[in-house]
Design a protein around this ligand. Structure first.
Ligand SMILES: [Zn+2]
Length: 240
């Protein structure tokens, strides 16, 4: 059997939490609307300004990261945790330096969003510095068995988070391909990759892998809707 995400064995040992006992999902908390308030910003040597998602519920920055990026953010890489854990539990997995793993964001089984590596920095997530230098990596709490399904609250949160990431980083359209060569070489506008492209792993699991096109469609619908409702540029004052 192929190995899954690097963190998983640990996450699987954590107590499984009851979804029913947890607070409401992102959607229930009214996070459907993406705002543009920025939490923090950084800049690389090229003057690129980086921001972080305002949708984050919990932050625990991991030492397992490389400060800065060598490439602009233009890719989304979605992973499965292989454990129905909270954002706090995920943060504790990424906290020890011995773990040598992290992700920019994580989504707990209840849909809450955690941040472990700021967008300005490279996470250690996809077994590929090349990919992680240009990608925002997202770990999503999932079952520990095939098809590694995720709860609806986590899925809904993922759509909202990815929409926000695309908006803030100027990614106008998300494009998935079932063809690994297309993904890895960013051909035809492909800007979604998966962990299995870079390592002998099942990640992101059948459930999420088979929904990548659906995820792209949902995010793109949000991006189109947002573009339509954005305030029109104000005409110059018609002063006499
Ligand atoms: Zn992974």
């Amino acid at each position: 059997m192929k190995k899954l995400c690097i963190l998983l064995a640990v996450c699987m040992l954590l107590p499984l939490l009851s979804a029913a006992a947890l607070p409401g999902s992102a959607a229930m908390r009214g996070k459907g609307a993406v705002n543009v308030t920025l939490d923090t910003a950084g800049a690389d040597g090229n003057g690129t300004v980086y921001t972080n998602s305002p949708l984050v519920d919990y932050t625990l920055i991991s030492p397992n990261r490389t400060v800065g990026r060598t490439h602009a953010i233009d890719t989304i890489t979605i992973h499965c945790v292989v454990g129905q854990c909270s954002v706090e539990a995920l943060g504790s997995i990424f906290a020890p330096t011995s773990k040598k793993a992290s992700s920019n964001y994580g989504i707990g089984l209840d849909g809450r969003i955690g941040m472990y590596v700021e967008e300005k920095d490279r996470s250690w997530c996809s077994s590929s510095p090349y990919n992680d230098n240009r990608a925002i990596t997202i770990e999503v709490a999932s079952d520990t068995y095939e098809p590694y399904a995720v709860y609806q609250a986590a899925y809904d949160s993922l759509i909202v988070l990815v929409t926000d990431i695309c908006q803030r980083n100027g990614i106008k359209q998300l494009k998935w391909s079932d063809n690994k060569v297309m993904r890895m070489n960013h051909l035809g506008g492909c800007n979604m990759t998966v962990h299995r492209d870079y390592a002998n792993k099942t990640c992101p699991g059948t459930y999420l892998y088979s929904r990548m096109g659906q995820i792209a469609d949902a995010v793109n619908a949000n991006l189109r809707r947002s573009a339509q409702t954005a305030p029109a540029p104000q005409p110059a004052a018609n002063t006499p």
